[in-house]
Design a binder for this molecule. Structure first.
Ligand code: BGC
Length: 418
């Protein structure tokens, strides 16, 4: 595909065109060399041909937009418990009412430590029981436990370390997730895979932490894709956001890396990319935020539209889900790279599969609003100075823990209002 150069058939052979996208064996004879057989793309095709198998989950192995056909997103009991605990401490009845509404808006459950994984089995069992009356459920999760996690920041440093058996630990974590996924082939799962990790490999290799993590990240991600190759799961690799990989010079290297990872684990259940996870960008900014100046992608819509042809070119499926959970208020950041508990943020557009471009499968809420991005306590080992910038709300607790003052702002500044 896209090859227009000379062909190179050996004397006596016949040139044929081999469909690069095909996953079935072509009928060329062993002495026939195809016109594109010397390109990388064709060798990828042949890898696909030789390893293609049906994912092992049972049921129909459809692979369209998982959010189509009347699926209801499962509400995370973990998040509901967090919000209910918050409501118990609130005094304003208006705030309590609005907070209770937030608990009814689906977001993703993050498996940010291995000890949380057994709850996946509980949620899947719960979702299955809800399907008894014919309702079709979709469970939304985040796979987030890479060794040396968050290599370019500190706030979300994880439990595993490459130097301390981290890759093996991660594989066990993935195996545990898989063990639940295969037990519930009748429950649909959408998983965002490892926020920030591949994006860091695109832009932050000058950081020794990321350079050191490079091989392990790739090995672990490939393993996750291979193991989670089940009919009931749809995977979206995290793709940063417009202000990260949307810059002109980052777009192509990013598309190449996503395609490389995708091909490293063929066949797999990667449906596409997740963008703006835990970030604040607008889906479509009618007036671009001044901080976006110089980036051709001023919002998430322009970002996914710029990436789509590049991804397709490299053989990666150009479908997206976009986090809008905390994007209700714009023009609140000092710099586009700021990400920690941005002051003035509000809950954003509600999750929907009605989207402005067919490449977008759904608007989702990935970050559970109210869970902190990182602590502002400079004595903490996970302190990242980004969390003390003037646009970051303070004092802030550790990443992932409840930040009530921030939650209340998200509620009060929600757009559309709650
Ligand atoms: C934290 C995780 C948390 C996730 C969702 C991340 O920033 O590091 O612990 O689960 O956000 O709130």
């Amino acid at each position: 595909m896209y090859y227009s150069g000379d062909t190179d058939c050996a004397a006596g052979s016949t040139c044929v065109y081999n469909n690069d996208w095909s996953t079935t064996t072509t009928s060329t004879t062993s002495s026939t060399k195809t016109s594109t057989s010397t390109t990388t793309k064709t060798s990828t095709t042949s890898t696909k041909t030789s390893t293609t198998s049906t994912p092992s989950g049972s049921g129909s192995c459809s692979f369209g937009n998982p959010y189509e056909n009347g699926y209801t997103a499962y509400l995370s009991p973990y998040y509901i418990a967090e919000v209910n605990a918050a409501i118990a401490t609130q005094s304003s009845s208006t705030l309590k009412t609005k907070s209770a509404k937030v608990a009814q808006i689906p977001n993703f459950t993050w498996f940010d430590t291995a000890d949380k994984v057994p709850t996946l089995g509980d949620y899947l069992a719960d979702a299955r029981s809800m399907q008894a009356d014919g309702t079709k459920m979709i469970l939304q999760i985040v796979v987030y436990d890479l060794p040396d996690r968050d290599c370019h920041a500190k706030a979300s440093n994880g439990e595993y370390h490459i130097a301390q058996n981290g890759v093996a630990n991660y594989k066990a974590y993935i195996d545990a997730i898989k063990s639940y996924v295969v037990q519930y082939p009748d429950v649909r799962i959408v998983a965002v895979v490892e926020p920030d990790s591949l994006a860091n490999l695109v832009t932050n290799m000058s950081d020794s932490h990321c350079a050191n993590a490079h091989d392990a990240y790739l090995q672990c991600t490939t393993y996750a894709l291979q193991q989670l190759n089940q009919c009931n799961i749809w995977l979206y690799l995290d793709a940063g956001h417009a202000g990260w990989l949307g810059w002109q010079s980052n777009q192509d290297p990013a598309a190449q890396l996503f395609a490389q990872v995708y091909k490293s684990a063929t066949p797999n259940r990667v449906r596409g990319l997740a963008t703006n996870v835990a970030n604040y960008n607008a889906l479509h900014a009618s007036t671009p935020d001044p901080i976006t100046q110089g980036d051709p992608c001023v919002d998430e819509l322009s970002y996914v539209q710029a990436m789509s042809p590049r991804l397709t070119n490299y053989g990666f499926p150009a479908h997206f889900i976009i986090d809008q959970g905390r994007s209700g208020v714009q023009n609140i950041r000092g710099q586009w790279g700021d990400w920690c508990n941005i002051k003035g943020a509000g809950f954003g557009m509600r999750p929907t599969n009605v989207t402005p471009d067919p490449v977008i499968d759904a608007i989702v809420w990935v970050k559970p609003g109210g869970e902190c991005d990182g602590t502002s306590d400079s004595s903490s080992p996970r302190y990242d100075s980004t969390c003390s910038l003037s646009d970051a709300k303070q004092p802030a607790p550790e990443a992932g823990t409840w930040f009530e003052a921030y939650f209340e702002d998200l509620v009060n500044f929600a757009n559309p209002a709650l």
